[in-house]
Design a protein around this ligand. Structure first.
Ligand code: NAD
Ligand code: ZN
Ligand code: ZN
Length: 362
């Protein structure tokens, strides 16, 4: 058993509490990882707000991390102690029907099908003050040591800087892949991105890499525009600057609407606006933001009848275990610059300050 620090969420709506926790050794088929760095994704904040009823408290959140394998359980062959790894918040068991389908990146062992509060044997490896603490998406990267199934971890290049590539655990591949894999943005096309957080800015990077000629970035926080422009946005607009709905503004700007629209906020109103912003026939709208569970969207069916495509993405469509190492190599070859997404670097003791900065739009 290892004693180390972790940021524990004891109850909904409460700040995280940095505690000493006990982390049990990995059982058969599991891996214990020393987390070196983790980033904060808005999904972690959704957890603290209590948006997901299937997340059980107390819990150690965090799902965008990078670390080093400390020990492995019986039967583990794909990683060994000392390997640099990225924990996968979307696992890849390699055996289920979706894993076997080359077009799917959704594994049936993922959280949307199966709760991941406990490891597959329905027990936790974490305790604190005598209480069992739950896992989050099996990865719980807000702990200095964490345990996950082997199929929820991927080995990466030994040269990878862990404090930078932790972003490849969720935010960057989600946004970048939403453009490249899910929408399959074509060269010369026009794109609109709603929300310019870590995920939305990664969509901007993906649209640029795919050769889009016009990239319209939308956010109510204009402080986000400088980075969006640096990454390839050609126009930056705030819905607050217009009297008419933003979908009408975008339709006027482009003639018939954009070719591809992306929602990276997670609100039902912006999801609907993003759908109506792409052209009525060949337009593709990708839902990236995660709305609170139980949300319902009501739309005019004519929006889809005329031919539009509305799709969602989890982790940008990458089969995570197969693709993460390649993405890390592309990062090392400077094929994209995800470092631009790093705004602040804090020690774990200041994790709540990190969330304050996120909420303040900084
Ligand atoms: P973030 O909070 O950093 O960014 C959201 C941005 O949206 C902010 O810049 C904010 O100013 C802007 N915004 C808020 N309301 C707006 C409005 N009405 N109009 C325009 N802009 C508005 O969040 P993030 O970490 O980039 O995550 C974005 C979303 O993606 C979250 O919902 C998160 O849960 C989700 N997400 C989904 C996946 C996936 O696999 N699909 C993976 C990671 C994150
Ligand atoms: Zn995330
Ligand atoms: Zn699977």
């Amino acid at each position: 058993v290892i004693r180390c620090r972790a940021a524990v969420a004891w109850a909904v709506g409460k700040p995280l509490s940095v505690e000493e926790v006990e982390v049990s050794p990995p059982k058969a088929g599991e891996v214990r990882v020393k987390i070196v760095a983790t980033s904060i994704c808005r999904t972690d904040d959704h957890v603290l707000e209590g948006c997901f009823p299937n997340v059980v408290f107390p819990v150690i959140p965090g799902h965008e991390g990078a670390g080093i394998v400390e020990s492995v359980g019986e039967g583990v062959t794909s990683v060994k102690p000392g390997d640099k790894v990225i924990p996968l918040c979307l696992p890849q068991c390699g055996e289920c029907s979706f894993c076997l389908n080359p077009e799917s990146n959704y594994c049936l062992k993922s959280h949307v099908s199966e709760p991941q509060n406990l490891l597959p044997d329905k027990t936790s490896r974490f305790t604190c003050k005598g209480k069992q603490i739950h896992h989050f998406l099996w990865v719980s990267t807000f702990a200095e040591y964490t345990v996950m199934p082997e199929y929820a971890v991927a080995k990466i290049d030994t040269a990878a800087p862990l404090d930078k590539v932790c972003l490849l655990g969720c935010g960057f591949p989600t946004g970048y892949g939403a453009a490249i894999n899910t929408a399959k943005v074509k060269p010369g096309s026009t794109c609109a991105i709603f929300g310019l957080g870590g995920v939305g800015l990664s969509v901007v990077m993906g649209c640029k890499a795919a050769g889009a000629s016009r990239i319209i970035a939308i956010d109510i926080n204009k402080d986000k525009f400088a980075k969006a422009k640096k990454l390839g946005a050609t126009d930056c607009i705030s819905p607050h600057d217009f009297k008419k709905p933003i979908q009408e503004v975008l339709t006027e700007m482009t003639g018939h609407g954009v070719d591809y629209s992306f929602e990276a906020i997670g609100h039902v109103d912006t999801l609907t606006a993003a759908l109506a912003s792409c052209n009525m026939n060949t337009g593709v709208c990708v839902m990236v933001g995660v709305p609170a569970s139980g949300s319902v969207i009501s739309i005019d069916p004519m929006l889809l009848l005329s031919g539009r495509t509305w799709k969602g993405t989890l982790l940008g469509g990458w089969k995570m275990r197969d693709c993460i190492a390649t993405l890390v190599s592309s990062y090392l070859e400077k094929k994209f610059n995800s470092d631009v997404l790093i705004s602040h670097t804090l020690p774990i003791a200041k994790v709540n300050e990190g969330f304050e900065l996120l909420r303040a739009g900084k």
